[in-house]
Each structure stands twice: as structure tokens, then as C-alpha cells.
Design a protein around this ligand. Structure first.
Ligand code: AP5
Ligand code: ZN
Length: 218
């Protein structure tokens, strides 16, 4: 299974990626998680990316495309992969197409903007695993601790209301165009074209998970 998860910030890409990667035994390639790991490690890339991410803007296409191409060379991608938060621009999508990276499904998770700020303000994450919680909608078993490791959960620096609003605007200006891009490719019926599926991301996490599983089985 090789797929792309598309959706606004806070649509639930990371949450659903955790279910899908387990079901299909594929790695989750989250460019956001990769950048946050670089920030934590204090690399040059991390230092440069932090400023851009805290401003709610996109990191440059060249850097992101380079990161993903390197990641795809790793052995665990042989069985498939799940892109989360990538591609985010036409240039990124074209780069994948041009280098022959195969995609079976594009899954769009649709959530209206009005629900996003509340989702972000209550988000808590476990960076090492990519597991995501919400204080109200998806609470961990023990407050502030990851369910599996018991390690402390953290809040993301870019989850302030002000930055979330900027990220939403960037999504509408630069990333939403990819919905049409992949829809059109899917409809072309050309060899290698992916299947395009759209589900609602509103409702309990398990309900969205079941809709995602059904969409990917179709
Ligand atoms: P990234 O980390 O990709 O962030 P994002 O796309 O803004 O998406 P989020 O991770 O915020 O949301 P999500 O859809 O994963 O939702 P989640 O499951 O966590 O990118 C961060 C930054 O890095 C970018 O701004 C950019 O600067 C840079 N970057 C990354 N990739 C890049 C690229 N390709 N090109 C350029 N720059 C790039 O859920 C959110 C919350 O809602 C959680 O609390 C969760 O528990 C809760 N929730 C989930 N599902 C539900 C539900 N059904 N009901 C209620 N609550 C729910
Ligand atoms: Zn995410």
C-alpha cells in the first residue's frame, strides 16, 4: 500500500496515519515529524526550519523533496509507505511524479476550518512515536503521559491560535490545489494513476478510522 493523506492542519492525518500504518505494516513518512526531529537534534536544518514552522509558513520545496527522497531509499519503504503532510505544493507533487514514486491511493480527510482551532489547542503529542492525543476528544489513559511508553506528552510550538490561523491560510493558498491535482490524475485513468478517496474527518476518531479503512479497501 502506497498512499498520500491529504487534509488541512488538524484534519487528523497523524491520528489516522497511526491506524493505517499498523494495518498495512508500512512506514509513516511525516515531513512535519521529520522536521521536528531535526529541531530537537539541533541540526542546521532544524534551526532553519524552526523559524519557518513557528511562523506557520512552508519550508522550502528543495529541502523537503531532498528529505523525502532520502527517506524513500530506506529498506522499510519496500513494502509501501504513507505520506502525511507531504506533498504540500505542486512542486513537491511534481517531484514525486517525475521521479516515478508510485501512489495507489490519495485519501482526503475533510474537516471544516471552524473545528480546527479547538483541535489544535487541545492536542498533545508523543514525538518519538508520532502518537497524537487530545485532552477532550482523544485523551491518553493517564493525563499527560503516552499510553504505550508512559513518557510525557508535549504541546507543539505552532499550535497557538495565531499560528494555526496562519497555517490554515497557507493550506488554502498553497496546498488545497493538490485536491484538484490528484483528483484529475485519478480521473485520467492513465497507467499508474492513483485512486482518489474522500472521507469526512468529523466524528469520533474510531468512526473516521473505519471510514478510512473502508475507503482504502475499495
Ligand atoms: P505538519 O506536522 O504536517 O502539520 P499540519 O499539516 O499542519 O498538520 P497537523 O499535524 O497539525 O494535523 P494532523 O492533520 O496531523 O492532525 P492530528 O492527527 O495531529 O507540519 C507542520 C509544519 O512543518 C508546517 O506548518 C510547515 O512549516 C512544515 N512542513 C511539514 N511538511 C511540509 C512540507 N511537505 N512542505 C513544507 N513545509 C512542511 O490531529 C489534530 C488534533 O485533533 C489532535 O489533538 C487529535 O487528537 C485531534 N483529533 C484527530 N481526529 C479527531 C477527530 N475525529 N475528532 C476530534 N479530534 C480529533
Ligand atoms: Zn500531523
Amino acid at each position: 500500500m502506497r498512499l498520500i493523506l491529504l487534509g488541512a492542519p488538524g484534519a487528523g492525518k497523524g491520528t489516522q496515519a497511526n491506524f493505517i500504518k499498523e494495518k498495512y505494516n508500512i512506514p509513516q513518512i511525516s515531513t512535519g515529524d521529520m522536521l521536528r526531529a531535526a529541531i530537537k537534534a539541533g541540526t542546521e536544518l532544524g534551526l532553519a526550519a524552526k523559524k519557518v514552522m513557528d511562523a506557520g509558513q512552508l519550508v522550502s520545496d528543495d529541502i523537503i523533496i531532498g528529505l523525502v527522497k532520502e527517506r524513500l531509499k530506506e529498506a522499510d519503504c519496500a513494502n509501501g509507505y504513507l505520506f502525511d503532510g507531504f506533498p504540500r505544493t505542486i512542486a513537491q507533487a511534481d517531484a514525486m511524479k517525475d521521479s516515478g514514486v508510485k501512489i495507489d491511493y490519495v485519501l482526503e480527510i475533510d474537516v471544516p476550518d471552524e473545528l480546527i482551532v479547538e483541535r489544535m489547542s487541545g492536542r498533545r503529542s508523543h514525538p518519538a512515536s508520532g502518537r497524537v492525543y487530545h485532552v477532550k476528544f482523544n485523551p491518553p489513559k493517564v493525563e499527560g503521559k503516552d499510553d504505550v511508553t508512559g513518557e510525557p506528552l508535549v504541546q507543539r510550538d505552532d499550535d497557538t491560535e495565531e499560528t494555526v490561523k496562519k497555517r490554515l491560510a497557507v493550506y488554502h493558498n498553497q496546498t488545497e490545489v493538490l485536491l484538484g491535482y490528484y483528483n484529475k490524475w485519478a480521473e485520467s485513468g492513465l497507467p499508474g494513476a492513483p485512486k482518489y478517496r474522500k472521507i469526512s474527518g468529523v466524528g469520533p476518531v474510531e468512526q473516521v478510522r473505519d471510514a478510512a479503512f473502508a475507503a482504502l479497501a475499495d
